[in-house]
Design a protein around this ligand. Structure first.
Ligand code: 82X
Length: 232
């Protein structure tokens, strides 16, 4: 049947994409990825700095998701804590799949590969990056997929499951229509995007172990990352 994006859904897409474009990591932070020298310690420190900045950007972006601030305050925190890693995998995936014109791709890959992370995480992580790159997501799809990840009702400690589910469902409906309209030659494109969300959950589990292995090697995180990742 004819897929139609309603006026309300167009407004929703515009609000999300504008907020996504408005909240970016400052240039002076990402520029360091290109400048500082390479060593496992330096790479880890730079990635920690960018991740910290990314969390701040994520909080600001999330506050602009229509309906988010009407959720229970504690649920807002639970959604942010539960989705930060996955939102950051999506963001770093955009950079690594050459979707960003800022030339960070090679540099970022190098710094992640040489940041003291054990190899067992490297393979699934870079397989994910490759699978995201192969999707050629539009900017709207990237922004809405990140929003859907944030609005996941099954995060730990979420109390009003239905309220979050309602917000996520309206986002999923928008994404489904966008995929049909923007990838007419790929009827399974929407299903493939949702498959990436499943892969993100797996990476999220790996990430918890990554943090432990970094911690045991006495790596320091910033207070914001310790808070959002329940570290220390
Ligand atoms: C604490 C630190 C060591 C860490 O622990 N786990 C991870 C992680 C790693 Cl490795 C991989 C995936 C997810 C996580 Cl969470 C990280 C680093 O996480 C990040 C998080 C966001 C971004 C955005 C970037 C980026 C670059 C250029 C340009 C832009 C841009 O948006 O313009 C963004 S790099 C970057 C690195």
């Amino acid at each position: 049947e004819k897929v139609e994006i309603t006026k309300e859904q167009r407004a929703l897409i515009k609000a999300i994409v504008d907020a996504y474009n408005r909240h970016q990591i400052p240039q002076d932070v990402t520029k360091k990825l290109l400048q500082e020298q390479y060593s496992a310690e330096e790479n880890f420190l730079l990635l920690t700095e960018v991740a910290t900045s990314q969390v701040q950007v994520l909080v600001e972006f999330t506050k602009n998701i229509p309906g988010f601030l009407s959720l229970d305050r504690e649920d807002q925190i639970a959604l942010l804590k539960g989705s930060a890693v996955e939102a950051m995998f999506l963001r770093s995936a955009q950079v690594l799949s050459k979707k960003m014109p800022n030339g960070h791709t090679e540099v970022l890959e190098e710094r992640i590969r040489k940041s003291g992370m054990s190899d067992e995480f490297m393979t699934p992580m870079f397989n994910f990056y490759k699978s995201i790159g192969e999707l050629h997501m539009t900017p709207e799809e990237q922004a809405i997929l990140t929003t859907i990840t944030i609005l996941t009702p099954e995060r730990p400690y979420v109390k009003s499951h239905e309220a979050v589910e309602r917000l996520q469902e309206s986002m999923l409906d928008v994404l489904r229509k966008l995929c049909v309209l923007q990838h007419p030659q790929e009827p399974q494109y929407f299903a493939r995007l949702l498959g990436r969300l499943t892969e993100l959950r797996t990476l999220h589990h790996y990430h918890a172990e990554m943090l432990t292995s970094w911690k045991t090697n006495d790596h320091k995180f910033t207070p914001l990352l310790c808070e959002i990742w329940d570290v220390q």
